[in-house]
Design a protein around this ligand. Structure first.
Ligand SMILES: Nc1ncnc2c1ncn2[C@@H]1O[C@H](COP(=O)(O)OP(=O)(O)OP(=O)(O)O)[C@@H](O)[C@H]1O
Ligand SMILES: [Mg+2]
Length: 368
């Protein structure tokens, strides 16, 4: 059992509060990803779990056991860092086994665990090389090997792939996924990479300024963001935000006026916003419609500022009548040019509405 539970966990450095009361339940065997802007406290939270930082107040339990007085080495956790500091004078085999040697494991035990980690990570042919004779991806595999041999209940990864090039990242991402399937350990993984977060996580935790904005599965966060921060943070290119005003609201429909002279109606359950309320409408670039139906709807027009023809898709960056910038993903054959007027429409089922406090009052959801 290696659940990880934080209750009102706080961390201050001197008088500066960095982690401001985190409540989080990570299930046994779960792959949990922390995301958030630089400086929001991801590494600090991970280091608190590892025991490398003490917790100013609140509680941390691993496997149901309170960790306040437990040393890092006794917590059943192993951490892999972005900078994989390997010992340059030792071989891969010695690097992988070194931690076990220091904690007094028998030679036979070290050998057995090292071989097992080597075969999982396909390090076999590299075991007698020194770190300087390895590629970046191979070095990072050695660093992961060092964590595996400790047989931890919980793996902690702090941006382990950010020093690797794009192709290696993809390969290592798949390998870490396989490792999770094989070992079934609890894993907590910090990343800046949207694709890593979306593809690897059972659960994503969005952190912002030391608090949790939202916790959920990747698709929950994508389709049902609780506020504009999460809506803008999850997804790339990010969700468009368009200022709108409620014209009228009745019988389960909200009529909105859009920048320019456009109008649209969105069905909405529950309390409807009053006429005159200013809201922000959110719509992802891939859901904004262009072309004939958009022209027929007359809802919205954008002037194309930049067009990127990527082959598989075309990205348009356009500005609306009030100057709002909007990103639109068209198919790869869309050939409109910079300066062209692009008729746009926003499918009601894909639109989100946020109030003046940036909280979602409606999540359009194409999956429902
Ligand atoms: N030892 C320390 N003393 C004082 N402040 C610290 C210390 N360690 C971290 N901080 C501050 O805590 C905040 C959170 O840092 P942290 O490293 O957790 O951010 P992060 O989310 O991991 O960012 P990044 O994505 O850039 O790695 C930052 O403002 C940082 O300056
Ligand atoms: Mg960090």
């Amino acid at each position: 059992m290696a659940t990880v539970t934080l209750r009102n966990a706080r961390k201050s450095f001197g008088s500066v509060n960095i982690i401001k009361g985190v409540d989080l339940d990570i299930a046994d065997g779960e792959f949990c990803v922390f995301v958030g802007p630089s400086g929001c406290g991801k590494s600090t939270l991970l280091r608190m779990i590892a025991g490398l930082e003490d917790i100013t107040s609140g509680s941390l339990q691993i496997g149901g056991r309170e960790m306040a007085d437990v040393e890092p080495a006794d917590r059943g956790v192993a951490m892999v860092f972005q900078s994989y500091a390997l010992y340059p004078h030792m071989t891969v085999r010695e690097n992988v086994g070194f931690g076990l040697k220091m904690t007094g494991h028998s030679k036979a035990d070290i050998e057995k665990r090292t071989e097992r980690a080597a075969s999982m990570l396909q390090l076999g042919p590299l075991m007698d090389r020194k770190p300087s004779q390895l590629s970046g991806g191979q070095r990072q595999r050695v660093a992961i090997g060092r964590a595996i041999v400790r047989e931890p209940d919980v793996f902690l990864f702090d941006e382990p792939l950010s020093n690797l090039d794009a192709a290696l990242r993809v390969q290592m991402r798949i390998e870490i996924g396989k490792l999770h399937n094989d070992l079934k350990s609890t894993m907590i993984y910090v990343t800046h990479d949207q694709v890593e977060a979306m593809t690897m996580a059972d659960k994503i935790v969005v952190l912002h300024g030391g608090i949790i904005e939202q916790v959920g599965s990747p698709l929950e966060l994508y389709h049902r963001p609780r506020n504009m921060f999460v809506a803008g943070f999850i997804g790339s290119p990010k969700m468009n935000f368009i200022p709108v005003t409620v014209q009228a609201a009745r019988d389960g429909n909200v009529m909105l006026s859009l920048p320019g002279d456009g109008r649209m109606t969105i069905p909405m359950k529950g309390d409807l916003p009053a006429a005159g309320t200013r809201l922000t409408l959110g719509c992802r670039p891939e859901h904004v419609a262009i072309g004939k139906e958009a022209a027929a709807s007359g809802a919205l027009q954008g002037t194309i500022r930049v067009a990127e023809y990527l082959g598989s898709e075309t990205m348009f960056y356009a500005s609306l009548a009030d100057g709002t910038e909007i990103a639109v993903k068209g198919d790869g054959l869309a050939a409109q040019k910079s300066g062209d007027i692009l008729p746009l429409s926003l499918p009601a089922a894909a639109c989100h509405l946020f109030d003046a406090q940036s909280n979602a009052i409606l999540n359009g959801d194409l999956t429902r």
